[in-house]
Design a protein around this ligand. Structure first.
Ligand SMILES: O=c1ccn([C@@H]2O[C@H](COP(=O)(O)OP(=O)(O)O[C@H]3O[C@H](CO)[C@@H](O)[C@H](O)[C@H]3O)[C@@H](O)[C@H]2O)c(=O)[nH]1
Ligand SMILES: [Mn+2]
Length: 636
């Protein structure tokens, strides 16, 4: 997967001498470095092939698996006998590349456990000057493998830490003014994305204040049902582009290096001050001064001293510096931000927010052909783990001194942009609180015969139904308007409920506990390997409940509570004649049951591996019973 990501980036339609690909490997794994060597070797064939035939989807795997048509998106470069023949040859080459990678893996693991933090990948391991010259002579972009040092004694700040190491190492090697951020599980699906982004970056009207161009996340592995709403439709179709631009979305963005380090550095800035901010590397400080020069575009690749790169990738490098901090108070370098910001595991959102607060704008670019394709969540466990991380990161920001509600309003481009940021930061807290209440209070009261809402004959009944229906229909309108179906609306409602009672709750609690010093931050990466059986369920549109009790219990317990209260409510309606009085409460329970029918099915009907185990059902039933008892004591 990573080899494909790297190859797709190397094969982009951009002058190769201006293109430098850096791979960050936290694992410092021999197999990855070796994979890069193999990828480089393969690239010598693949790049000319892509250039000659104008291939758009420059990812070998996707290109070949689509029979050369590029992942289902028409490519316009199929056909032609000669092309077909060359393709075959390339495919063979690719296979042998894979095989060799496996054998090299075994060899490397046993014989070469120690690796350096960085390496410029090239064919012969020649030193210094030659390496870069050889690269350029071959018309190949530079490929650099970087592995930051990690030690338990130093916080490494997860992805933001890795990105900052990349910023530093690339600063002393290529120091390009524009940077594409790409996750390892995402690849380029169109070779022209850099050129498209540069249309904005070089537009004299917006260029001076433009920090980045963001492409939406799109995924190559999402089924038509999309039962888990993995495409994050609402996030990437209803966007706040007109208000100063979208936030950084972690991957698929072209960002200006200056916006991340050194927007207010003057050429003769005090070197001592700069060192306090950026650390002790003189070469890196020199690179910072270069990016401010107008002719920076024509900068040459440098042959960084290996020692220097090693220093920049070491974990002690940031000690006592301002990396990852928003340092607006220290003069004379006002309003300075040093790299990607630490302090939240949604480093993308947090960094983007600060860029916007410093007056930068961004652009949302959504061409018809997806420019990048990633892997979305294809099972419930992955979805909820990822959702918990996001909720935790967003809640971190919401309860920090940088809460967009307070910190943002007079700093961002528009007031509304701050409100959008605030909405994103606050929704996990807001939804977990409200949904837990809506899933418990009306139901417990219904079980105890306590009416909470006006009866049907009351005029206020209309007010409640209006609020309910208008909120649902607004959502439905958005879904249909953005090209999705009614079924997808149901899916989104369900995932919203499921995430609210689990991910949003755990994420928010995690954030509060971190704030109180009771927990440490963590970044659980999503699974990168597909399980064949799980994938089968996913493609059939069947929920896969193979996840932890922690996630299953709240959902199952709440559904059981709602089923019980619905049954009792109907009985009361019929036998006591309280239908009029209890209608809204009965209806809420009914709505929860209907939307979450897959849970009932998983609990009572399905018997396969992905169904809900009986033990979980029993524990959840006990849990809902105690909620009922406890609730009854309070409400009575
Ligand atoms: O300590 C870490 C953790 C993650 N990563 C990289 O970060 C990327 C995203 O991680 P992934 O496990 O794929 O998480 P996702 O939830 O899929 O990532 C989404 O959410 C992240 C924020 O939580 C954003 O940074 C990502 O761009 C966005 O795609 C991957 O390339 C990882 O290799 C690191 O380099 N170091
Ligand atoms: Mn991912």
């Amino acid at each position: 997967m990573v080899m494909n990501t790297v190859l797709s980036a190397m094969a982009m339609d951009y002058p190769p001498e201006k293109l430098h690909v850096y791979l960050s490997d936290d694992g410092c794994a021999a197999v990855t470095l070796n994979g890069m060597r193999e990828a480089w070797r393969f690239a010598k064939w693949w790049l000319p092939f892509c250039r000659r035939y104008g291939i758009k989807c420059t990812t070998p795997e996707a290109y070949f698996s689509a029979g050369g048509e590029g992942d289902g998106y028409e490519d316009g470069d199929s056909g032609g006998n000669r092309v077909a023949k060359t393709k075959k040859k390339k495919k063979k080459k690719k296979n042998s590349c894979k095989e060799r990678q496996i054998s090299n893996y075994i060899y490397k693991i046993i014989l070469e456990p120690y690796l350096e933090f960085w390496q410029v990948i090239q064919e012969t391991s020649s030193e210094g000057d030659d390496a870069i010259q050889i690269n350029e002579a071959k018309n190949m972009p530079l490929l650099v493998y970087v592995s930051r040092e990690k030690r338990p004694s130093h916080p490494h700040h997860f992805k933001a830490g890795a990105l900052n190491v990349l910023l530093r190492v690339s600063g002393v090697i290529s120091n390009s003014p524009y940077i594409l951020g790409l996750d390892c599980d995402m690849y380029c699906n169109d070779a022209s994305s850099a050129r498209q982004a540069m249309c904005f970056h070089l537009d004299p009207k917006i260029s001076p204040s433009l920090a980045f161009v963001q492409f939406p996340h799109k995924f190559h592995n999402i089924s038509t049902n999309d039962i888990y709403d993995s495409q994050l439709r609402s996030l990437f179709t209803v966007c706040y582009d007109g208000l100063g631009g979208p936030c950084v979305c972690g991957t698929g963005y072209y960002i200006k290096r200056v916006s991340l380090c050194g927007s207010s550095i003057s050429e003769d800035g005090d070197a001592m001050k700069l060192r306090q901010y950026f650390g002790p590397s003189n070469q890196f400080i020199k690179s910072l001064r270069q990016i401010k020069k107008p002719d920076h575009m024509f900068i040459q690749r440098n042959n960084a001293q290996p020692n220097e790169s090693q220093l920049l990738a070491s974990c002690a490098y940031e000690d006592g510096t301002k990396w990852g901090e928003e340092a607006s108070t220290i003069k004379p370098l006002e309003s300075m931000q040093v790299g990607f910001l630490y302090g939240s595991v949604v480093e993308d959102y947090f960094t983007g927010f600060h860029l916007h607060c410093k007056g930068w704008i961004s652009v949302f670019l959504n061409p018809k052909r997806p420019q990048f394709l990633g892997s979305g969540a294809t099972n419930l466990d992955e979805l909820l783990v990822q959702g918990t991380r996001w909720s935790s990161g967003l809640a971190d920001v919401a309860i920090s001194k940088f809460s967009p509600l307070i910190y943002g309003p007079f700093k961002t481009h528009t007031f509304l942009q701050s409100m959008c940021y605030a909405e994103i930061a606050l929704f996990p807290i807001f939804y977990f609180l409200t949904l837990w209440c809506f899933a418990i209070i009306p139901q417990v009261c219904l079980l105890n015969g306590i009416p909470l809402y006006p009866e049907v004959s009351n005029t206020y009944f209309i007010v409640f139904s209006f609020v309910f229906l208008s909120s649902l229909s607004k959502h439905l309108y958005e879904v249909l308007e953005t090209g999705s179906t009614f079924q997808h609306w149901v899916n989104e409602q369900r995932i919203w409920m499921m995430k609210s009672v689990t991910s949003h709750l755990y994420g928010s609690v995690d954030a509060f506990m971190k704030k109180l010093g009771m927990r440490e931050a963590s970044f659980l990466p999503t699974n990168k390997v597909d399980d064949v059986e799980q994938l089968k369920l996913y493609n059939m549109g069947v929920f896969d409940f193979q996840t932890s009790l922690q996630f299953l219990a709240p959902m199952v317990a709440l559904v059981i509570l709602n089923m019980a209260s619905f049954a009792v409510g109907i009985a009361r309606g019929i036998f006591v004649g309280e239908l009029d009085k209890m209608f809204i409460q009965i209806f809420i329970a009914f709505y929860v049951i209907v939307i979450n029918y897959p849970i009932i099915e998983g609990m009572l009907i399905r018997k396969d591996k992905g169904s809900i185990p009986l033990s979980v059902t029993l524990i959840s039933a006990l849990f809902s019973l105690s909620v009922y008892v406890f609730g009854s004591i309070i409400f009575k």
